[in-house]
Structures are given as C-alpha cells and as structure tokens.
Design a protein around this ligand. Sequence first.
Ligand code: NAD
Length: 286
Amino acid sequence: MAYNLLKGKRGIIFGALNDMSIAWKVAEKAVEEGAQIVLTNTPVAVRMGTINELAEKLNATVIPADATNVEDLEMLFTQAQEAMGGKIDFVLHSIGMSPNVRKKRTYDDLDYGLLDKTLDISAISFHKVMQVAKKLDAINEGGSVLALSYVAAQRSFYGYNDMADAKALLESIARSFGYIYGREKGVRVNTISQSPTMTTAGSGVKGFDGLCDFSDRMSPLGNANADECADYCIVMFSDLTKKVTMQNLFHDGGFSSMGMSLRGMTQYNKSFIDENKDSEGNIIYG
Ligand SMILES: NC(=O)c1ccc[n+]([C@@H]2O[C@H](COP(=O)([O-])OP(=O)(O)OC[C@H]3O[C@@H](n4cnc5c(N)ncnc54)[C@H](O)[C@@H]3O)[C@@H](O)[C@H]2O)c1
C-alpha cells in the first residue's frame, strides 16, 4: 500500500544491480510513493546487470558513475538535477565490495592495496558523494542521505573480513558529515544497519547461509528482508523523520540487542547432543 510519502521528491539511488539488490526494492518503493528517481551504478554494472529493465519499468534515467570517482559523481549530480528538473531530496548509498573477500584473503593476510579499494568503494565513496553534493549545492534543505551498514561495524563476525572496518568507517562518516551537512544545509545523514540479506554482495560473505540462520534464530522478529529494508529507507527519506540525523539505525529484528535466544540455544544444544552423544543419549568421550 502506498502513502504518497515521497510525493514531489527527487532521489538518486546507487547500487541496484539486479532484482535481489536492496537498492532495487528501494527504487521500486520510492516511485510507488510518488518520487522521481535517477538510478546509478558503475558502467560495468550497468552493462552486466539488469538496471536498465528497472529504469524502464520506473520511468527513471540511468546515469553510470563509479562512486569512487569524484568527476563521475560531479557529472552524476549535475545531470541528475537536469534530468529531474531540480535539486535532489534524497540519496541512497547502497554500495559495498571487498576485493580481499573476493580473492579469499583472510583478515590476518590482507592485501593492503585491496584493503584501500574495499575502504574506498564501501565507505569513502559515501564521503565523496556528500562532498560533491554539498559543493554543488545539489541537495534541498531537509534532504535525507542514507547508507546501508551491518552490525559487524560494532561486533566481530566470522568471515566479514575487512568489510567490518569499512562499515565502521561508513558509520563514522555519517556522523562526521552529518554534523556539517545538518548545520550548514539542513540535510540529515544516517546509516541503516540491515540484517543479512540474500543478495549478490551478501552471498559473498563466508558462511552466509549459516549466518542468516543464526541471526534469524537470535532475532525476536526474525531477519529483516530487502523489502522491509526498503520500507525503512522510504520512511527515512520522508518528512516523517525530519530531525533524525547522525544515527546508525538498526533494522535487524532485534538481533543487535540479543545475547542468546531460546531458538538459538535449542539449535546449539541439538548440535552439542548430536556431536557428543550416541542414539541412547550416552556421552561419547574422545
Ligand atoms: N546483503 C546483506 O546481507 C547486507 C546486510 C547489511 C548491509 N548490506 C549493505 O547493503 C548495500 C547493498 O548491497 P546489496 O546486499 O543490495 O548487494 P548488491 O550486490 O546488490 O549491491 C552492491 C552494489 O554496489 C555496487 N558497486 C560496487 N562498486 C561500486 C562503485 N565503485 N561505484 C558504484 N557502485 C558500486 C554494485 O554494482 C552493486 O550494485 C551494501 O552497502 C551492503 O554492504 C548488505
């Protein structure tokens, strides 16, 4: 059901690669809620992915840009304002990639050149997006800028690797830029810390199925899916959250506040019994 929450607003959405992408769902809901949008992704992703199908369906313009490249971003913000006929009201940064993860380098054997890339793509690009937008004065007062994060920014998660450092930096950039952008231009900046979600980026995480199952069992409301994440993004872009800024907002069914749940304990006990007892329940030693 649509509520017209974004009626008359203009947005730029980074990161829709295919119909599993969180950004894809956000784009669909933003238009459903009355917004006009520009979709963007790297030139390669535009060629290889299915973003053009989405653009056609939503009557949106696609402007390719590498979010680590300042000139690309300047062109994007300039052309997006021309295409939509005015300043931007909301931006979604839905970008993440670790070449170390891709090349199966473990956290204690990182390639530092690749670490630079992870941080640039997954975190510093968020700073670049805002610096460019602010210099061009491209975002309206009361505008909303969002990036997507993960709880590995605060806690250690097996296999999340250097993306944990990228997310910690991303959340810090939201606070640091949020202060300046809020004070000078009335623009709010937040991150949403989302449950594990089955997408192209998500499935790159080591042991992703186990991680999803674990966090689902631990969360009183279960994992939040991509559609639900999109709903939260829409609320954050709307005028209903005008004074929310510099926050990392957990959207994870309660996971981040849990220690142990009954469902988690049951699963843990089951594997404990399976591993250590025979079919009669006698403990197997050794
Ligand atoms: N899937 C999850 O489990 C999960 C959980 C929490 C947070 N997130 C975050 O959500 C965001 C979106 O990821 P997703 O899960 O929808 O996966 P996805 O793979 O669909 O999206 C990642 C996007 O980043 C884009 N990208 C990579 N390098 C880029 C660059 N240099 N410039 C511009 N775009 C670039 C890719 O083309 C892709 O569209 C990421 O920040 C991710 O870390 C994902």
